[in-house]
Design a protein around this ligand. Structure first.
Ligand code: G6P
Length: 368
């Protein structure tokens, strides 16, 4: 491949480190401070069509599906538009009742995933306006959708998606801002969101400083064969994505779960050899997650916690903590994913796995 490793040992690590730049690229030219909204060049819908969107369906596979879940939380909260997230392979055959004010978004790094393409075609056939959120310019899904938004993350080579995921989350936040401003969101709130987005690349940069600490923690737990990843609200999808990263490249069984739902099943797995990775930055459910951590500790489960820089309470409960810069709740998945990517990377390395080309997986799955 013609993309240089730039001195990194693997593409995955290189792509993790590109994220301050790719996060910036995903929002470049798309923030309009005068109107306190986001602007997109390629939606190809009339202002009237956009204004009358009453519902959204986000469809995707794999990591892109996790970005769609983050998008659901963002859009419902900031834009107050009902959103449904569907696995593309399910949407295609499920034939859900959708009306003509439903907008479909297909999220896909490659733009070639066959399940996502088939779902898009089925929705188009039924007359729904379709949008792609793609990284690869000119890909099949980007061409077939009525309109779309590119991630501008540059070529992603590591099979485990990293920079495309965080770029997708950024684009979802821009969409939430855009649709919010078409409806109830005030100028002032819009401006606040823009300012938070502008600070994000630096915060992602600071999250990369967790690397050597993440490596030490990885070496400590690398021989465990089961992991739980737990988070709530915006960090429930973060937990799913953290678990998927570990599974994909280290072949360790890992489950992501909403932290509170853990007591309805996964807690049965907890023992001294089953670490739980909690994503617990400050926010509305912080105290509740602390209670969930205590439940794990009471069963002698090791706890690794991703917490805000200024947090001291979690350190009293957890075995290991990783500090990230504090950000507003809807941007937490972007910043918190960085140490989770690094943790998965270093665990895989410690186990001697081929992180860029994990067994049984393909960068883009073009068979159903
Ligand atoms: C494959 C890859 C994943 C990716 C998924 C969806 O399973 O291994 O990393 O998330 O496909 O790919 P897409 O290109 O549609 O985002």
């Amino acid at each position: 491949t013609e993309v240089d490793l730039n001195g990194f040992p693997h593409y995955m690590l290189k792509e993790i480190y590109e994220q301050p730049e790719t996060v910036r690229n995903a929002m470049r030219g798309r923030l309009d401070k005068d109107s306190a909204t986001a602007v997109f060049g390629g939606l190809n819908l009339t202002p009237n069509q956009l204004q009358s969107v009453k519902r959204m369906v986000l469809t995707a596979c794999g990591t892109s599906w996790h970005a769609a879940l983050v998008g659901e939380y963002m859009i419902e909260t900031l834009a107050r538009i009902p959103v449904e997230v569907e696995y593309a392979s399910e949407l295609r055959y499920r034939n859900p009742p959708l009306d003509d004010q439903t907008l479909l978004f297909a999220l896909t790094q490659s733009g070639e995933t066959i399940d996502t393409l088939a779902a898009l075609r089925e929705m188009k056939r039924k007359g729904h306006p379709t949008m792609s959120i793609c990284n690869v310019v000119g890909s099949t899904i980007a061409r077939e959708a009525d309109g779309g938004i590119y991630l501008h993350a540059g070529q992603e080579i590591g099979v485990a998606s990293t920079k495309a995921f965080t770029a997708q989350c950024v684009v979802m936040s821009l969409l939430a801002l855009y649709f919010g401003r078409l409806h109830h969101l005030s100028y002032e709130s819009g401006l606040r969101i823009i300012e938070e987005l502008e600070r994000l690349p630096d915060q992602v940069e600071r999250a990369l400083e967790t690397n050597s600490h993440a490596r030490r923690i990885a070496e400590k737990y690398a021989n465990c064969n089961n992991f739980l990843y737990l988070g709530r609200q915006y960090n429930f999808p973060t937990a799913l994505e953290g678990a998927l990263k570990l599974k994909e490249i280290s072949y360790i069984h890992a489950e992501g779960y909403p932290a509170a739902e853990m007591k309805h099943g996964p807690i049965a797995l907890v023992d001294e050899n089953t670490p739980s990775v909690f994503i617990v930055p400050q926010g509305a459910v912080y105290d509740k997650v602390l209670a969930n951590i205590e439940e794990i500790k009471a069963r002698r489960g090791p706890v690794i916690a991703i917490v805000d820089d200024d947090d001291s309470r979690v350190a009293e409960l957890a075995d290991d903590v990783i500090h990230i810069p504090p950000v507003t709740d809807f941007l937490q998945p972007i910043v918190a994913s960085v140490p989770l990517q690094l943790l998965a990377y270093h665990i895989a390395i410690a186990r001697g796995c081929d992180v860029d080309k994990p067994r049984n997986l393909a960068k883009s799955v073009t068979v159903e």
